[in-house]
Design a protein around this ligand. Sequence first.
Ligand code: AMP
Length: 134
Amino acid sequence: MLKAYFIHIISRLSRIRYHMSDSCIFCRIVSGESTAEIVHRDDQVTAFRDIHPVGPTHILIVPNRHVESVNTLESADEQWMGHIFTVARKIAHEDGISRGGYRLIINTGIDGGQTVFHLHVHLIGGGRMKHPMG
Ligand code: AMP
């Protein structure tokens, strides 16, 4: 009982810290209120396995802070955006897909195919890409 209350308080505090949105599923995963298979977490970004993987490796890397999409990025976001790519490299290595290669995708807006409006980079690999881009 006390433990559940403690978890609730900690997740509320981390939401305030990272400007999280109550209704955003990725904010809820970052705060620990929704479950996901987390593969990396640091003070800037969180990475977890996609619930509907399109390949043997399909991981989403998201900023801990709620950022809607590339359309709402500002110059102050450049540091963690760069960090996302070094985290992608690390995870690709850990998942054993570095040598074969992989694809990084950022869908932006409705026409770009974005369905969750919390910026995320898809890291997909583990087989030769078949689908064309665009
Ligand atoms: P996008 O279409 O680029 O916005 O991608 C959103 C991705 O989020 C999709 O590949 C979904 O399968 C994935 N997704 C949605 N909800 C969850 C969740 N609760 N846990 C893990 N992945 C999710």
